[in-house]
Design a protein around this ligand. Structure first.
Ligand code: ZN
Ligand code: ZN
Length: 329
């Protein structure tokens, strides 16, 4: 073998070993972050600000909730119509002007429609109000034959000093407060219309709302999960949390779980999995579906105070559990 050929061969072998070592090193980093010491929160209150059912404030097809956790506040989604969350908060006597972090579960207008109005109004009181928006990777993707209003909204809000933070993985926002980031779709929980396509460089792909993400709060009793529209699937979401954050039970599930169209068979499968994960409290708001929530309640053998239909002004907190709205008791 000529010396030059031999050197090339040696370089090649060295590169393969180097790359392998780097890969192992990065796997290790992921593993150490997974095994990071668990922090639990000591106070938590979640109040529904937008959903269909309301005996106080306005009901709409949409979702929003205020999360108050260890003296921090996060606005989870912003409702559908521009004014709903603003008006409902006022009617419920809730001040949103000190909320600086907004979490958006996905791009759909029924979860993001209130953001511009809320920012415009609340910054009059606090210039930092709603100035950090936490979103999942894919939220700005171009959809075919449909305007993704997130693009124009981002432009307008960024010009106003608002920062968008994009997640492609799980992230601990505050101690014990986790953003799931986008969810692997392990199980067939097809919670999307199938009518929309995402434009990519290699043509179009079905829009399964890849950015869909949830918030999970780690407590002494296990995780509390808050979901916007559940496009990724409640079971896929819980499995993602247990695999990527901590293998804890999820004792409370709150928000929209997109079970409105679910077959009896799918509901039974969902109920069995929820039982396995330790879910013992549910506020099924928005697209969970009223009938589906009642069926889940029966299948899970839960009481009417532990599995309720979400309504504007209802709440969950660590001390008192679920405080259902008057109409949903
Ligand atoms: Zn949606
Ligand atoms: Zn929705």
């Amino acid at each position: 073998m000529k010396p030059i050929k031999f050197t090339v061969l040696l370089l090649l072998i060295f590169s393969v070993f180097y790359l392998k070592a780097q890969q192992e090193k990065s796997n290790f980093t992921q593993q150490t972050s997974f095994n990071k010491k668990r922090t639990t929160v000591s106070s938590l209150k979640i109040t529904t600000l937008s959903t269909m059912l309301a005996n106080r404030g306005l009901g709409e097809w949409g979702y929003s909730a205020l999360v108050e956790v260890d003296r921090k506040k996060i606005l989870f989604d912003t409702g559908s119509k521009p004014e709903t969350v603003l008006k409902n908060a006022k009617e419920l006597g809730i001040d949103l002007s000190d909320v600086e972090d907004v979490f958006l579960s996905h791009n759909h207008r029924d979860h993001t429609g209130g953001l511009l109005t809320l920012r415009k109004e609340l910054k009059k009181v606090n210039p930092k109000a709603l100035s950090r928006v936490h979103v999942g990777m894919g939220i700005f993707s171009h959809r075919e034959d449909r305007e993704n209003h997130m693009l124009s909204m981002k432009k307008e809000l960024e010009a106003d000093g608002v920062e968008f933070i994009i997640y492609s993985n799980q992230h601990e926002l505050f101690p014990g407060v986790w953003i799931t980031g986008p969810i692997e779709r392990i199980h067939e929980e097809r919670n999307w219309s199938g009518n929309v396509q995402i434009k990519t460089d290699n043509g179009t792909i079905e829009d399964n709302i890849p950015e869909d993400q949830s918030l999970v709060i780690d407590t002494e009793d296990g995780f509390v999960l808050i979901s916007g529209c559940g496009h990724a699937g409640i079971i896929n979401t819980i499995e993602h949390v247990r695999l990527n954050i901590h293998e804890e039970k999820v004792f409370a599930a709150i928000g929209g779980f997109h079970l409105v169209n679910a077959s009896d068979e799918h509901l039974k499968w969902t109920a069995d999995k929820l039982l396995e994960f330790g879910v013992s409290k549910i506020i099924g708001a928005h697209c969970t579906g009223i009938n589906s929530l009642y069926m889940l309640r029966t299948m899970l053998n839960m009481s009417r105070s532990d599995a309720v239909v979400g309504s504007v002004g209802d709440s969950f907190d660590l001390k008192n559990g679920i405080q259902a709205g008057y109409i949903a008791r």
